[in-house]
Design a protein around this ligand. Sequence first.
Ligand code: PGA
Length: 251
Amino acid sequence: MRQNIVAGNWKMNKTLQEGVALASELNKILATKTLNCGVVIGVPAIHITEVVKAVDAKKIGVAAQNCANKESGAYTGEISAAMVKSTGAAYVILGHSERREYYGETNQTLKEKTDLALANGLTPIFCIGEVLKEREANKQNQVVKTQIEEALFHLSADAFAKIVLAYEPVWAIGTGKVASPEQAQEIHAYIRSVVANKYGNDVANNTSILYGGSCKPSNAKELFAKADVDGGLIGGAALNAEDFVGIIDAF
Ligand code: PGA
């Protein structure tokens, strides 16, 4: 059966020292707990090596927030999937709406990134979600379906089974405007049906689908109680240990 996961996305926050301090604090708190979900922290790429050393890998997985769509070579400033893997990260967040919006990532480049992530043994946390205008036009289902189809449906069932999906309505990210548990459940169930139509019920039922967008300790329990919500991708509330642990405790 699929795994419940609470994943943090620190975005472009925290210096190296601050990041290691947060990871160490989190590690200390989680050491005292029995966890009912997987925990991942998505940290800036240059923090990964040190953060990996600061946490117990049995309890906390480390994610990069991006990787390149090229294997290696003359791509100044880029970080390859092989490099990410070599730092000790086990996951990579791909297709976050901020990457799509500000850095021009398309379903085609994300397809290439996904292939390289998988080829290098990383678990992609693959983000999908509609913007407000699309939600208002009731096009959210079509939007997420196209994102999945164009970036992921070339994969074999075995390869797809390694993907974690994160549904993040763009209108809920960093806005304080969380999707209602009913809205989340409705679209998560739809996403699972899209996966089932392509890969069958076994793969669909084993795919973790996380919710992201203004998830906090105060709303996580209701969201995670929904049948098709398998955890969260957490931005703002992942930046301090108490809030992040409050969300982990929702399971
Ligand atoms: P937020 O961000 O929790 O701050 O809304 C979520 C995300 O962008 O992953």
